[in-house]
Design a protein around this ligand. Structure first.
Ligand code: BDR
Ligand code: CA
Length: 307
């Protein structure tokens, strides 16, 4: 069983990542750590708690960074709405946050574990970067980092940068240069898994309380993606990380040199991936190049059915 910490900023697609990891017997989810991103920390934290309660998970939720390391907070309310998770009315909250700060939780959990921990990040990487800076010895006990973020092609906030990396490029720089195994699941693959109406109809047929939440959330996600990007379906970015850990044949992955642009130019936040190895620099990052779309939707459907 893989021991895991999920660091996120829910968010419609983060919510689906939590659905996937929540009741999968292959994972032991030690905790969910949260930071600002799709909305302010207050809202992403509340969304994480709502999801944990609704899915009946016995998992601590720890609040983390309110701000990126250097930049001002960016939020993505155009896509995720006023609450950060518009589209579903959760029941009254009866659970509360763990009292530990996310960064302390990551450090304690990793340092105290007899087995190596997998870190999955589906938001800006502020919490993980701060944990690495505060206690670099955690790197010896991290199995790998699998993150949704970046793009070797175009960005989705600027021509160059993807949202999670753009929110906190300096944090991403710390993680990418940590010498731990990092797999970058970027827009290059996540923009291939779109929640077209036919997908929503298929998941609706699962017909349980979690598929009902999924359908309601995805309908609002689709309306917003259509308005902002003109997409007919929404790229279901974040759960690709978990789906890849469930089935590593899901992604075609290449090992490349990649650095984060922290130069404050118009490419600020770009994940500069040398896919063709022009520069002959030391390779440091595994980058997802392609995805088996059919397998992905099967994993989503199977996960919904388990609730
Ligand atoms: C990423 O940005 C957020 O809006 C999503 O939750 C995802 O993690 C995609 O660029
Ligand atoms: Ca996210």
């Amino acid at each position: 069983m893989r021991k895991m910490i999920l660091d996120c900023d829910p968010g419609h697609d983060d919510a689906v990542a939590i659905i996937l990891v929540g009741n999968n017997p292959e994972f032991e989810l030690l905790g969910i750590t949260v930071e600002s991103g799709n909305q302010t920390l207050k809202k992403t934290g509340r969304n994480a708690l709502n999801l944990v309660q609704f899915l009946e998970l016995d998992v601590p939720v720890c609040l983390g960074a309110t701000n990126p390391i250097i930049k001002e907070v960016e939020i993505c309310d155009a896509i995720h709405g006023e609450s950060g998770l518009d589209g579903f009315d959760f029941p009254e909250l009866k659970i509360d946050f763990d009292s530990r700060h996310a960064v302390d939780f990551i450090i304690q959990s990793v340092m105290n574990s007899t087995e190596k921990i997998t870190m999955v990040t589906t938001g800006p990487m502020t919490n993980l970067a701060l944990a690495i800076r505060m206690e670099p010895r955690i790197l010896d006990n991290i199995e790998e980092v699998v993150l949704m973020g970046g793009s070797f092609q175009n960005g989705n906030v600027t021509p160059a940068a993807e949202f999670n990396v753009y929110c906190d490029p300096e944090a991403a720089h710390i993680v990418f240069n940590s010498n731990v195994k990092v797999t970058m699941v970027g827009l290059d693959v996540t923009r291939k898994v779109l929640t077209y109406p036919a997908i929503i109809e298929r998941m609706e047929k699962v017909n349980n309380h979690v598929s009902d939440m999924f359908v309601k959330l995805m309908k609002v996600f689709n309306e917003n993606q259509k308005r902002v990007f003109g997409f007919e379906g929404s790229p279901l970015h974040d759960p690709v990380t978990i789906a890849y850990l469930i089935d590593p044949t899901l992604l075609e992955v290449v090992f490349v040199h990649c650095d984060i642009d922290i130069s404050h130019s118009t490419s600020y936040g770009r994940t500069n991936c040398d896919i063709f190895d022009y520069l002959k620099l030391e390779k440091n990052i595994y980058v997802a190049k392609d995805i088996d779309v059919k397998k992905f939707w099967n994993i989503i459907e199977d996960s919904l059915k388990r609730y």
